[in-house]
Design a protein around this ligand. Structure first.
Ligand SMILES: Cc1cc2nc3c(=O)[nH]c(=O)nc-3n(C[C@H](O)[C@H](O)[C@H](O)COP(=O)(O)OP(=O)(O)OC[C@H]3O[C@@H](n4cnc5c(N)ncnc54)[C@H](O)[C@@H]3O)c2cc1C
Length: 306
């Protein structure tokens, strides 16, 4: 461990509201179940702990990355030589207003929020059913389906700007795009307020059940993955393109293009990050050679040389 990391570890270890771990295996923290260790891992349970953590990491010159539930991230086999920061206890709140508005902390699990909206008889988040991860991850990725994105429900988002403080963005302040936003990449989403509407509970439940059934039918939910690997090119389905290229079942080591959905790479149990990257490269090159389309990854990378 470098002197900078060691100094950061010592400073962070004494911090109230922060859980600090050295050499945290990221395979435990990602839905792929892949990834070497992060040199440091901090769960910030309070806003004060988060601010102090980020300030310490900046002071010591330690690179850091924010992680939600790690359902859209591939961590390298070598791991991450900096600090992974996660949000804990105080970012797990949910408050329902009288007007169909709900404010959720960034660490709230999206599927729990969806279940709560059903309980409250609120419509608007049915399309999020079955999307794993946190509210913060969903906002950061502008998660959704081909037709519906979470940004459509956003009233505002509160972020922490490192070394400066809180910033609130109303929905029109942000350029929301397909699986990305114009929120500054260094900012940490702390909470989001969403506008939902009163609905009929049975109809909401039926809609959710149908969506879940479709996911079970069309996605390999029994094996570790990160969901869709590549973004859909405008007006096209990358899954259909990859399937037409005959890539279903293609594998390198323990990583395999799913037999069920050609834009999913599953971990058959022994996949390394290098195996996943090799499969991605083969998918990318085959589509480039067949369709002259340069596929862009949807999955985020951590710990790879850029
Ligand atoms: C089986 C499966 C199905 C999926 N289906 C879908 C789907 O239908 N639609 C869809 O959009 N996605 C889907 N995904 C991908 C993934 O679930 C979403 O992108 C999800 O929103 C990521 O949330 P997370 O908390 O896991 O984020 P992570 O994977 O931890 O992080 C993803 C990115 O968001 C950033 N981030 C996370 N939290 C914050 C925060 N608080 N502040 C700032 N940045 C943050 C991270 O730095 C990283 O760049 C699927 C994944 C799986 C495994």
């Amino acid at each position: 461990m470098s002197a900078d990391l060691h100094d950061a570890f010592v400073a962070l270890s004494g911090l109230d509201g922060a859980d600090v771990v050295r050499n945290e295996r990221m395979g435990r923290r990602t839905s792929y179940r892949i990834g070497g260790p992060a040199a440091l891992h901090v769960t910030a349970n309070t806003y004060e702990a988060l601010v102090a953590t980020i300030e310490t990491l900046h002071r010591e010159g330690v690179e850091w990355a924010l992680l939600g539930k790690g359902t859209n991230v591939l961590v390298s086999d070598a791991g991450f030589s900096g600090c992974v920061v996660a949000l804990g206890r105080d970012f797990q709140h949910t408050t329902f207003g009288p007007d169909g508005r709900v404010t959720a902390g960034a660490a709230v699990i999206l599927s729990r929020l969806v279940a709560q909206t059903l309980k409250q008889g609120l419509t608007g988040l049915e399309f999020c059913v079955g999307i794993p991860g946190t509210v913060g991850g969903a906002i950061s990725m502008n998660a959704g389906t081909r037709r519906e994105w979470i940004s459509r429900r956003v009233v505002d988002v509160v972020c922490y700007h490192p070394l400066e403080g809180l910033r609130r963005y109303a929905r029109p302040d942000v350029n929301w795009q397909y699986r990305s936003t114009s929120l500054p990449p260094s900012e940490i989403v702390l909470e989001a307020t969403l506008q939902l509407a009163p609905g009929e509970r049975e109809a909401i439940a039926r809609d959710m059940e149908e969506r879940i059934a479709r996911r079970r039918e069309r996605q390999p939910l029994g094996k570790p993955s990160c969901g869709s690997v590549f973004r859909n090119p405008p007006g096209a389905s990358v899954g259909a393109m990859l399937e037409a290229c005959g890539l279903k079942g293609f594998s390198v080591g323990g990583a395999q293009v799913s037999d069920i959905h050609a834009n999913f790479i599953v971990n058959n149990g022994t996949a390394s990050a290098d195996d996943v990257v090799a499969v991605m490269r083969a998918m990318h090159d085959k589509v480039r050679d067949t369709y002259d389309v340069d596929l862009q990854p949807e999955v985020k990378f951590l710990g790879f040389a850029s």
